[in-house]
Design a protein around this ligand. Structure first.
Ligand code: BTN
Length: 245
């Protein structure tokens, strides 16, 4: 479904939409350098991203015109020491604003991947620029398939119909901006409800195994391994330990 740019007017706010751009995060950071925190709530989106970036230096590849690829600038009213919560808040906004209303059952893989049926539907890259955070969101929306070996899924593959990307972008933006006014325990509670692998054994990047028990003060992940509680902070990842037998 082609983006209907007229809908941007209905969505309100400042939206810069490109046919093709290197990375929407890079452009959003540039805007922050020019505008400072006046850019709070501004969006940079694109049909095609040629230098899309993922977490831990990975590339983010998205089929032109099919995925939703955008960056939202935020000037959070929180002290920097609380910005870790932006990761969970962003993933939660994708779930509550975009996927749950469409009838899907998303789960958040800490810190901020979103999975449906065990496959990745959304990736989020958060960067800071001056006093702002740039929330880069790549959501698989109308893709018919993915290269073999990629554990990815799109909304179209799950729902069998196309979804308007402008609608999703507006709903995710509005949710995330609302979350900035929530107390952290409420974000924690809602993210916990949707957290993947809660009762499962996970392995940390340094090879320690344990079970997820909750979040730390700045949205770190608490993993209980025999005899001790490990506190994981981004960019460390976790993987699910496959059940034996
Ligand atoms: C990840 O899963 O590794 C995060 C992927 C984030 C991709 C998005 S797409 C929009 C924004 N611009 C980028 O260059 N990256 C993010």
């Amino acid at each position: 479904m082609a983006t209907n740019r007229k809908n941007f007017e209905l969505m309100g706010g400042h939206i810069e939409w490109h046919d093709s751009i290197g990375s929407t995060n890079d452009r959003a950071c540039e805007i922050v350098r020019e505008e400072g925190s006046r850019a709070h709530g501004w969006i940079v989106g694109t049909e095609e991203q040629t230098e899309g970036r993922g977490r831990k230096g990975a590339h983010w590849i998205s089929e032109p015109g099919k995925g939703l690829t955008f960056s939202l600038v935020l000037s959070p009213p929180w002290g920097r020491e609380h910005w870790g919560w932006l990761s969970l808040a962003a993933a939660l906004a994708v779930c509550e604003g975009g996927l749950l209303p469409c009838g899907l059952a998303p789960l958040i893989k800490w810190p901020n991947d979103v999975l449906v049926e065990g496959r990745k539907i959304c990736g989020i890259l958060i960067e800071t620029s001056g006093d702002c955070a740039v929330i880069g969101i790549g959501l698989n929306v109308n893709e018919r398939g993915f290269p073999p070996g990629l554990e990815a899924v799109s909304m179209f593959q799950l729902l069998g119909v196309e979804t308007g990307r402008e609608y999703l972008m507006g709903a995710i933006r509005d949710k995330l901006m609302d979350f900035l006014h929530l107390e952290e325990p409420l974000i924690a509670e809602r993210a916990w409800d949707l957290l993947a692998w809660k009762d499962k054994e996970v392995e940390t990047a340094s090879g320690e195994r344990g079970r997820i028990r909750g979040f730390g003060e700045n949205a770190e992940l608490k993993v209980e391994s025999p005899g001790r509680l490990i506190t994981l902070s981004d960019p460390e990842g976790i993987r699910l330990v496959p059940p034996v037998g």
